[in-house]
Write a protein that binds this ligand. Structure first.
Ligand code: IMP
Ligand code: MG
Length: 333
């Protein structure tokens, strides 16, 4: 068994959907598995020139690859069918047979949605995530296998990945990112799932299966939620507008800041990143300002090339020494 993992290194919205889509086209995957989160996620994908936003369904469906919502996820049944219908309408009826849900994934209920709608502390996406995971861990939750209408989509991940004829090559698609992880993010301003590469392993594969870990970052930072994140400087309003930094799920404006190097380095180390993609290079070029934060210090570069040199120099000192991609292309890397 071989597994590659796509993991966000920041606060989500860093281009995981784009990279997953790219890897599905290039790689020879037998399965794509979403490993955490629910429909709080919004993965923007451009396929054949058309824009799609997926919330639950992994990007394997765009290339005829079996796409599983893993046991680490929570599923909103209504949203799942809505998304399935939309993808079917746009991609063709064959995709229905590709989509599976792990029978031990948990379900987001109306009660969870109602409770989350009352949140004023964290600034959640109001998709019922926190309450659904709380019930999972307090052992009062409901699993997908208990929901009749999901019967034809259910899969036993163990049977599927360990007792099959063909050696599986799996792409694990993460949601959110390291800075929103329940254990590693800025608690309580986090989501309720395991967003790290380790979170992928909780979906039923052994650590030895992992081949590549694709860490995805944006060349600047964004965050959506209730804490103050964006420094008081009008340049960040420009960055927000040029970068179109509005939530794919909720439409909320994303607060912006410069790339936070200490956080990136920590995320690379903890996730065991072997390949790193810095997205949205085109946006930082357009605003013509190249800055990186390291603690309280802000480095200012005269052009994009100098900034890239600095990043490459920093990464070459890490024991991980990831391969580096700078991308300014919304369609690929
Ligand atoms: P929840 O995951 O809806 O409980 O929200 C918890 C925090 O994570 C909030 O600050 C949300 O804005 C943030 N969040 C959750 N999912 C995403 C995402 O996919 N992208 C960006 N932020 C997210
Ligand atoms: Mg997103």
């Amino acid at each position: 068994m071989i597994a590659d993992i796509v993991v966000g290194l920041q606060h989500g919205d860093c281009g995981k959907g784009k990279v997953t889509h790219h890897l599905c086209r290039e790689g020879n995957y037998t399965h794509v598995v979403r490993y955490n989160g629910g429909c709080n996620a919004g993965h923007t994908i451009i396929h054949d020139g058309e824009t799609f936003v997926t919330h639950h369904i992994p990007a394997g469906v765009f290339f005829g690859i079996k796409s599983i919502i893993g046991p680490g996820c929570v599923v909103n049944i209504e949203q799942f069918f809505k998304e399935l219908d939309e993808l079917e309408g746009r991609l063709g009826s064959h995709i229905r047979g590709l989509v599976k849900i792990a029978k031990n994934a948990h379900v987001i209920t109306d009660k969870h949605l109602k409770e989350d709608s009352l949140d004023i502390e964290i600034g959640t996406t109001k998709r019922g995530n926190g309450p659904a995971y709380r019930d999972k861990y307090s052992r009062t939750g409901r699993r997908a296998e208990q929901v009749n209408i999901l019967n034809s989509f259910l899969v036993d991940i163990y049977e599927e990945l360990h007792n099959c004829d063909k050696e599986p090559v799996i792409l694990f698609e993460g949601a959110q990112g390291f800075e929103l992880d329940i254990d590693w993010g800025d608690y309580p301003y986090v989501t309720s799932s395991h967003c790290t590469a380790a979170g992928a392993l909780l979906n039923g594969i052994p650590p030895q299966a992992v081949r590549e870990v694709w860490g995805i970052a944006k060349i600047y930072e964004t965050y959506v939620g209730n804490k103050k994140f964006q420094p008081d400087d009008a340049i960040f309003d420009i960055l927000q507008s040029v970068g179109q930094e509005y939530g794919a799920t909720t439409g909320r404006p994303r607060q912006c800041d410069w790339l936070n190097w200490n956080n990136i380095e920590k995320a690379i180390k903890i996730n065991g990143v072997t390949n790193i993609v810095f997205n949205k290079m085109d946006i930082i070029e357009e605003i013509n300002t190249w800055r990186i934060k390291e603690g309280d210090t802000i480095s200012n570069f005269e052009c994009g090339e100098r900034m890239k040199d600095w990043i490459v120099g920093k990464l070459s000192k890490l024991s991980n020494r990831p391969r580096i991609y700078f991308s300014g292309n919304p369609n690929g890397i």
